[in-house]
Design a protein around this ligand. Sequence first.
Ligand code: IPE
Ligand code: IPE
Ligand code: MG
Length: 224
Amino acid sequence: MNPLNHVAIIMDGNGRWGLKYKNSRNAGHKVGLKTVEKIIKETIRQKINFLTLYAFSTENWKRPKKEINYLFNLLESFLIKRIDQLHAQNIKIKIIGIKNFSKKLNNLLINAEKKTFKNKTLQINLALNYGSKKELINAIKKLNKNKKKINEININKYLQTNGIPDPEILIRTGNTNRLSNFLLWQLAYTEIFFEKKLWPDFTEDDFKKIIKKFKIIKRNFGNI
Ligand code: IPE
Ligand code: IPE
Ligand code: MG
């Protein structure tokens, strides 16, 4: 049985779900947040130590302002309402991506990270204003500036995922088979599961089925 420490998820399909059932993309984002809560609970039940959630890409700034604002307001109220509960569950929050949001949201994110820094049960990496290419460019720039050797260990050290094991599983919901600039380096040997369901429809059972399939995959890492 394959060990499992880290699951990464591209939570895609909120907009289509919202349009289909509520005639509003934003309604899909709201329901998508419920799925996030369910999957966090299941991750803890499964004793998985790291969960990385792609919530906003560096490319998502191209979207209409109204949708971007809605997403960030949703995140703000989630943090305000839920941070104590997350902390009580011994969850550590880490943001990967560049925090250049409103002062209010930046502070909420920084405080969430500070408050939960020592927690041990589950680390949630929230990819927010995250782009893998930008992350790699920044890492290489820093290596250069500090006159470090360009090698795998040093690149790992300067990525925002420093200290986090590579994901064993990547799930992308929403019936779209691409990576959309997510963890390009870290996913080198990850098992990828593309799910037809839109994110708001994704359930604990869907998650458990993927884990079950993963556990018995023969992982070669180049060997035979
Ligand atoms: C959620 O899904 C991902 C975010 C950027 C928050 P989308 O909003 O991309 O939904 P679809 O793909 O348009 O349905
Ligand atoms: C990827 O979804 C980003 C997140 C889930 C946050 P997108 O919906 O932005 O991806 P593309 O643009 O369809 O590739
Ligand atoms: Mg999408």
